[in-house]
Design a protein around this ligand. Structure first.
Ligand SMILES: *Cc1c(COP(=O)(O)O)cnc(C)c1O
Length: 477
């Protein structure tokens, strides 16, 4: 069945490639097989002359990238915190590209504005965030931090009588940022975008569980009476460390500080009744940043921010112009996001939440946590392996010891690196390294609906196989 419309013919072509890709997730290597130079050679075709047929473009693109993709959409990818794509989320992503609505204003796309509005409300319910909170869909958690912290900046300066919008930052009272020393660097970046410097930041020390120490926190909070923003962790990247919200947030707010939470993946755990107690008190914060493209398993390009004080949020983002047709009864994204023209990414979240239902969302969280724990325990029980951190949520750490007598910490670090590379080279699983409390470690991160028990068995076998690699030695290598 061929269509006369080139768009339909090309999409059918792409669908054929999608079928092969998805079926290959069980079979094909998880990690990339080609070097950057090889990929550059393949993709650097001559395009200076006439254009080519769109179906051929797609065929050649698929051929040229084959071997250079990371199969993070499959179930045996455990590096960083990446997440897969639920079927309806991927399909909805195709649809919003097809519809090509400019989701800046309800006037430019009424249906997608309503779908985004409902997705935002569903998430507040699922995560048990305050009903009055406003929300925005951003490109990711990076920009969600930017929005939450911009609202906070405006609010804390407003509390000391400084009109930021009118008077700007250059002569404003100094604003301090109290931040966990285990923060994700996207927080530093958001701070930089907002015109703060490193001198405005106070890094708070964390304990062996990765949580901010309470006495240090209170000391820092009380050290200066100046507008203050606090940033806490709901799941750091290495061990999913969660700060003691119930203790810290009320203290900070009593002092007039704004509390922002980095919950890039951890906030999603609020959807699980069995995990929610780990995050007790989180709903008392002022703003929360998270991602849909991680644990909610939608394709990339989707973060979210929630802000308790809607006026602060709107005040920090909104703008008016004569040609903007503002809506009186719909969610205009321009009031809540830093972008102007934007894709209707919240529609993808609508689809994912509808597919999962509240029960399915809870099951997704719980099964990723159970899989992470099982994987860390099983890898940790292999010869010369050591568990550094059992997952409390969906992130854990293991390392591989150099078995030679008298091996030094540096030897264990090198052995860990070698084994991770060897596991990834099997093509059966993919992990990434990190440094945790001075040790090189292998991160075990489970954030994909596709990960199954069979995937865990295959990943453990890959580790076993990699451990048979000889130990590099200074003397006889
Ligand atoms: C991934 C991540 C971020 C950054 O999120 P993006 O969606 O990549 O912008 C921030 N904080 C934590 C804890 C993360 O894991």
């Amino acid at each position: 069945m061929t269509s006369s419309d080139p768009t339909i013919r090309t999409l059918r072509r792409a669908l054929g490639h999608v079928e092969r890709y998805v079926e290959g997730l069980q079979r094909d290597p998880v990690g990339p097989q080609l070097t950057t130079a090889e990929l550059r050679t393949r993709l650097s075709v001559d395009w200076s002359g006439a254009g080519v047929d769109p179906e051929r473009v797609i065929d050649e693109l698929v051929a040229a990238t084959d071997g250079g993709l990371i199969r993070s959409s499959g179930g045996r990818f455990f590096a960083w915190v990446i997440g897969g794509s639920l079927p309806s989320a991927l399909a909805a992503d195709w649809l919003i590209s097809t519809w090509d609505q400019n989701a800046v204003l309800s006037a430019c796309g009424p249906a997608v504005a309503v779908a985004e509005e409902i997705a935002g409300e569903w998430l507040k319910q699922a995560l048990e965030l305050p009903r009055e909170a406003s929300f925005a869909f951003t490109t990711g958690c990076q920009l969600a931090h930017f929005v939450g912290l911009a609202a906070g900046r405006q609010a804390v300066l407003g509390r000391v009588g400084w009109d930021l919008e009118e008077c700007g930052l250059s002569a404003a009272p100094r604003t301090r940022l109290l931040i966990s020393d285990l923060r994700h660097r996207s927080v530093d970046r958001a701070i930089k975008y907002l015109g703060f410097g490193r001198r405005d930041v106070v890094l708070l020390p964390t304990n062996s569980a990765g949580q901010i120490e309470r006495p240090e926190f209170i000391r820092a909070l009380e050290a200066e009476r100046t507008p203050t923003i606090v940033v806490l962790n709901a799941g750091d990247i290495n061990v999913a460390a969660i700060d003691c919200f119930a203790e810290l947030i009320p203290r900070a707010r009593a002092q007039g500080a704004w509390v922002h939470v980095d919950g890039a993946f951890g906030l999603i755990a609020c959807a699980s009744r069995s995990k929610r107690s780990l995050l007790a008190g989180i709903a008392e914060a002022d703003s929360w940043a998270t991602d849909a493209h991680k644990w909610l398993n939608v394709p990339f390009d989707c973060g979210m921010v929630f802000v308790r004080d809607r006026d602060a949020h709107r005040g920090a983002m909104s703008i008016r112009a004569d040609y903007i047709q503002a809506s009186t009864d719909a969610h205009d994204a321009i009031d809540w996001t830093p972008e102007w023209s934007r894709r209707a990414r919240g529609v993808v979240v609508y689809a994912a939440l509808r597919e999962l239902g509240r029960d399915g969302l809870e099951r997704l969280v719980d099964s990723c946590c159970a899989h992470a724990r099982e994987l860390v325990e099983r890898i940790g029980s292999l010869p010369t392996a050591e568990v550094l951190q059992l997952p409390t949520l969906n992130q854990g750490l293991v390392r591989f010891l150099d078995p030679r007598p008298g091996a030094h910490p540096g030897d264990h670090d090198r052995r860990t690196e070698t084994v991770i590379a060897a596991i990834n080279a099997t093509g059966e699983a993919f992990f990434s390294p990190t440094t945790w409390q001075q040790c090189r470690a292998m991160r075990v991160s489970v954030v994909n609906w596709r990960t199954s028990r069979e995937d865990l068995v295959r990943a453990v076998c890959a580790c076993e196989q990699a451990l048979k690699q000889p130990t590099a030695s200074g003397g006889n290598s």
